[in-house]
Design a protein around this ligand. Structure first.
Ligand code: ADP
Ligand code: MG
Length: 343
């Protein structure tokens, strides 16, 4: 399971630990966290009065709850679970939000040449990621599951508001993109209520807007990939999303080897040799999907993808050398020489 510890520490908040709802000047700051979507979601709103902040934060949580209800693979009655049960059989009419996320997912599959693929469901099941108990599959089992993995077999019919999975046994999983989408929806809700400064963090997929203080943007600490309590670097963030995919969040160990929950759809195997990928972009959904894509692509091809997308930056930490013990950072063009990591 994804732990409740938070990938990304918000250093700025440390100054407010005494009282989470604290007036500063004429401004009120409301900060709440709740366990949701298999992680801890934190929402912060700054505004003119407590009541507005409270109501906005509540509304933002409800948006996230709604996304989870529609898109979770862990809820049998979600639209995603229903769509999976209809694989190879028939079309299903879906909420526009689900269709939009499916469409975006297919776009990221194309952009990443198949590294990102939400049809990895059969592989996730095979490796035991749905029952929290690892299983080392045989080559034959992997081959069988892989034959049902292909984003091109998702058919989306926007005019009729429906989609289908063409092959029996196919299953989609939105674990690499839905949290980012939920963060964007929560931010939209805060803004609609009139909040101009805020932060939504779903366990390392976050969006920060406005400035918490006149002179300073939001300060986002990136967790060290090996030592939970350590911060590898601090990023300044304003009106941007940051998402991190790591091999330390959900994994199992078999015979001394670590198997992470991010899989290579082409080989059917968990990705090796990557510690973490952090992506900055203009939406949390984009950052989330790209972080997973780059994690699968690896440092070279991953950097090439980040560098050709406008407004996107990223930090890749690879595990290199004997036993993968050495952490080696790679930076996209816009971050090179501007950010350093403290390992
Ligand atoms: P986290 O959940 O730690 O933020 P990610 O955003 O990288 O990490 O999402 C990982 C999840 O994405 C996995 O748990 C699984 O549900 C799904 N997934 C695994 N491999 C892929 C892949 N190649 N393409 C798309 N989704 C994937
Ligand atoms: Mg992701």
């Amino acid at each position: 399971m994804k732990t409740l510890s938070i990938t990304t520490l918000i250093l700025a908040l440390l100054f407010y630990l005494v009282d989470p709802t604290r007036a500063c000047g004429e401004e009120v700051r409301v900060e709440r966290s709740r366990p949701m979507m298999g992680t801890m979601v934190e929402i912060t709103a700054l505004g003119p009065d407590r009541d507005l902040c409270d109501r906005s934060v509540e509304q933002a949580f409800q948006e996230i709850e709604a996304v989870d209800r529609l898109m979770s693979s862990f809820k049998g009655d979600s639209q995603v679970s229903q769509l999976n049960r209809l694989a190879g059989k028939t079309w299903m009419v879906l909420d526009p939000e689900v269709l939009d996320v499916l469409e975006a997912a297919v776009l990221y599959s194309r952009l990443s040449e198949g590294a990102f693929d939400i049809t990895v469901g059969p592989l996730l099941r095979l490796w035991g990621f749905y029952r929290d108990k690892g299983h080392l599959p045989s080559t034959q089992e992997i081959g069988q599951a892989r034959s049902r993995v292909n984003y091109r077999d998702i058919e989306i019919d926007q005019p009729k508001g429906r989609a289908r999975l063409k092959k029996p046994g196919m299953a989609i999983d939105l674990g690499a993109i839905a949290k980012g989408y939920a963060v964007d929806k929560a931010v939209e809700a805060l803004k609609k209520k009139g909040i101009r400064k805020g932060l939504v963090n779903a366990g390392g997929d976050l969006y920060a807007f406005g400035r918490p203080e006149e002179k300073a943007p939001w300060l986002i600490g990136l967790q060290h990939p090996r030592e939970r309590e350590k911060v590898a670097t601090v990023l300044e963030v304003e009106d941007r999303a940051v998402a991190t995919s790591g091999n330390y969040e959900r994994y199992f160990v078999l015979k001394g080897k670590r198997y992470t929950h991010i899989l290579d759809p082409r080989t059917g195997w968990p990705i090796q040799g990557m510690a973490s990928v952090t992506v900055m972009a203009d939406s949390a959904m984009k950052a989330d999907a790209l972080a997973t894509s780059v994690f699968v692509l690896g440092p070279q091809r991953g950097l090439a993808l980040l560098n050709r997308l406008p407004g996107v930056e990223g930090i890749i930490v690879a595990e290199e050398g004997p036993g993968g013990k050495q952490l080696v950072p790679y930076f996209s063009k816009g971050l090179k020489g501007r950010v350093s990591l403290d390992f």
